[in-house]
Design a protein. Structure first.
Lengths: 268, 174
């Protein structure tokens, strides 16, 4: 089996949120290890040889906390725990990988998933639809920003601490999957309705999760779900990968978005 | 770094970012967890960590200080199989055997959390495990049998007593 030349790695295991923030510093030269489901394969195969690792498992960053009408979810909360979160996040979480991987993979890792040969970060569509904000630490201290901005910029130099969201009045989910050992999702669309309207998030139509603003605007202007869903082609950038061709994604994307809009349910 | 494996405490000296799989196989010589894909996709390296099924290839040793690991060697003994092991044996649920230890451990944990699983529950619960001999029907049968306690260890006692063999040499007079 693959040998691991890792003697040199300096592994820090912070015991609190403050220790984690201090150990991360400005993030330069630091590899953050959460659940390990994304980084351990890289380490096993020698593609990643980190010099300094911050291992977050004891940093007290996990769990769901109700805070008035909003919900705070720690970065180290596992995907399995998110199956108890508000929709459409719970359904998106149930569609990630398999029982063992969901028990180990974390919310923070999903937000920081690097764009790879196959789409990862399956929770991003749900978090974007829910209007979640990401609180992170780094060079200029802590900051909060919309999740779609965080995933667009990428995690460089930022340590994800927690997200905050409010449960919507109604939520919808639709996805296309391919039977495969890893059960990757080709495309997923999530919808969430609040008093301010419907928000739409998509994954699998670009290097990270995207907010489908054109669809939201069409809906606000009175378009039907089928008409609004067609607008998603202005938001997404369907690509080729091992799971599906750009040609296929281009045709599937409006269908998945329409299903997620028609699936809006729950609440009122 | 100290872990308990199948009830025995070990001081482990592999590097902190080496996987649990690496430490079990290369340092402790426990080879039932198989190094299949080493990226979390095949399930063959699955072990129980504090009773929960986990991919040992995805766990860095640094995350495991003080934990208790169970491999199939810790479930039963050759003359006293665990119910899940006995069911896999009786139902012919192992072909080449490479995926079997992962399946047996994940299925043991599945039946612990859901003592009366439907076939759909079993397929969903074990979806992270692949059998490239494609022997899934018999694997699911075995998990169902173990959950129902439908195990008859007394009738699978192969005898290895050599009997007087009749030797036939082609071409020689009968």
């Amino acid at each position: 089996m693959t040998s691991t030349a890792l003697q040199a790695a300096d592994v820090v295991v912070p015991a609190s949120r403050d220790e984690a923030v201090a150990a991360f510093g400005d993030g330069s030269g630091v590899t953050v290890l959460g659940g390990g489901t994304i980084l351990m394969p890289e380490i096993n195969y020698g593609r990643l040889r980190p010099a300094r690792v911050v291992l977050l498992q004891n940093a007290g960053l996990s769990g769901l906390r109700r805070n008035g009408s909003s919900l705070t979810i720690g970065a180290m909360t596992t995907v399995a725990e998110l199956e108890q979160a508000p929709e459409p996040l719970a359904t998106a979480a149930r569609h990630v990988a398999d029982h063992e991987v969901r028990a180990q993979a974390t919310l923070g890792g999903n937000l920081c998933a690097p764009p790879g040969e196959t789409p990862r970060g399956d929770l991003q569509a749900a978090l974007i639809a829910l209007g979640a904000t990401v609180r992170s630490a780094g060079k200029d201290g802590e900051r909060e920003e919309p999740v779609e901005d965080f995933v667009a910029r990428g995690p460089n130099g930022r340590l994800v601490l927690e997200i905050e969201l409010e449960a919507p009045q109604r939520a919808g989910y639709a996805s296309a999957r391919r039977p495969h050992a890893h059960a990757y999702t080709i495309l997923a669309a999530c919808t969430a309705e609040t008093s301010t309207g419907v928000r739409v998030g998509i994954t699998g139509a670009g290097p990270h999760g995207l907010r489908a603003r054109s669809v939201e605007q069409a809906l606000a202007g009175g378009a039907s779900s089928a008409e609004a869903a067609q607008k998603v082609l202005d938001d997404g950038e369907p690509h080729d990968d091992a799971l599906a061709s750009a040609w296929y994604r281009q045709r599937l994307l409006p269908v998945i978005v329409r299903r997620a809009l028609d699936h809006l349910e729950g609440g009122k | 770094m100290r872990v308990t494996v199948n009830g025995v405490q070990h001081d482990v000296h592999s590097p902190p970012l080496a996987s649990l799989l690496y430490a079990l196989r290369e340092e402790l010589d426990i080879t039932s967890p198989k190094a299949g894909c080493q990226q979390g996709g095949c399930g063959a390296c699955t072990v129980l960590v504090d009773g929960e099924p986990r991919r040992s290839c995805l766990l860095p040793l640094a995350a495991l200080d003080g934990t208790s690991i169970t491999t199939v060697e810790g479930l039963g003994a050759p003359d006293e199989l665990s119910p899940m092991q006995a069911a896999f044996d009786e139902q012919y649920a192992a072909q080449c055997g490479f995926c079997t230890s992962g399946f047996v451990l994940a299925a043991t944990a599945l039946v612990d959390r859901n003592p009366n699983p439907s076939r759909e529950d079993i397929l969903e619960g074990l979806s992270g495990h692949v059998c490239r001999c494609t022997g899934y029907v018999k694997i699911v049968n075995a998990v169902e049998a173990a959950a129902k306690g439908d195990i008859h260890p007394e009738h699978v006692e192969p005898s290895f007593e050599p009997e007087e063999a009749e030797v036939l040499i082609p071409g020689s007079p009968a």
